[in-house]
Write a protein that binds this ligand. Structure first.
Ligand code: FES
Length: 242
């Protein structure tokens, strides 16, 4: 099979040089066997344009730093093989997050803000005793918590969510998944009314209109609609009891 020439159309804009308008820049690259977008972007930066800005850390779908819109779909660039794409590839930064430059966005500030707003830590009256034995929990509970903990905070679920794109304060599936993680944890002593104060609003669980893009776009397959349904059920009951 003859080697393909890949044509990349890449969003360019540096907020620190606002005089330069946002634009799309085109690069052409011969495709290599096993080429991922991580390899392609590094090759473009090394051989054609050292000013191109994008993020990668782990190259293995673990750190969550390489989320971007690849032909319109939010996903991880390091795990995307060029052979799974047409020869024309458009790369845009994830929407909604603060743009740092070109394809690089600041997801960290967004996730930190949502963590604070959802109070994403164990709430307990117990004093910490370093000599105490570990508390036991059932395997099923541990596995359910682990499922929610698998989130790598890449931001793809939020970038692809229509509600989050029009409501900047919506905590989205990633935020709800984090709430679910603590609701599931028997060490967290919050009752449902206390959770309702945190997430029982239009910017929380009742903002989701069920378009399911989060579930479609999560690159590591967390069942986000299941987590949303779990939290929504609990919060609907809590709201009804008020
Ligand atoms: S570089 Fe870490 S997830 Fe892609």
């Amino acid at each position: 099979m003859s080697q393909r020439q890949l044509t990349f159309h890449i969003f360019r804009y540096k907020p620190e040089t606002p005089k330069q308008d946002p634009s799309m820049q085109t690069y052409v690259l011969p495709e290599e066997p096993g080429m991922t977008l991580f390899i392609a972007l590094n090759q473009i930066r090394e051989e054609q344009d050292p000013s191109l800005q994008f993020d990668f850390v782990c190259r293995a779908g673990i750190c969550g730093s390489c989320g971007m819109l690849i032909n319109g779909k939010p996903t991880l660039a390091c795990r995307t093989l060029t052979k799974s794409l047409p020869a024309e590839i458009t790369l845009m930064p994830l929407p909604l997050y603060q743009l740092l430059g070109d394809l690089s966005v600041d997801t960290g500030s967004w996730f930190r803000d949502v963590s604070l707003r959802t109070e994403a830590w164990i709430h307990t009256e117990k004093r910490f005793d370093p000599a105490a034995e570990e508390e036991r929990m059932s395997n099923d509970t541990a596995l359910n918590i682990y499922e929610a903990e698998r989130c790598i905070e890449c931001g793809c679920c939020i970038g692809g969510c229509a509600t989050a794109n029009i409501k900047p304060d919506f905590i989205g599936a990633a935020g709800v998944n984090r709430v679910a993680r603590f609701m599931l944890d028997p060490r967290d002593e919050r009752d449902e009314q206390e959770y309702f104060d945190v997430v029982g609003s239009e910017d929380g669980i009742f903002g989701c209109i069920g378009l399911m893009a989060c579930d479609d776009n999560c690159p590591i397959g967390i069942p986000l609609q299941g987590q949303l349904a779990y939290v929504r059920r609990k919060m609907a009951v809590a709201g009804w009891k008020r």
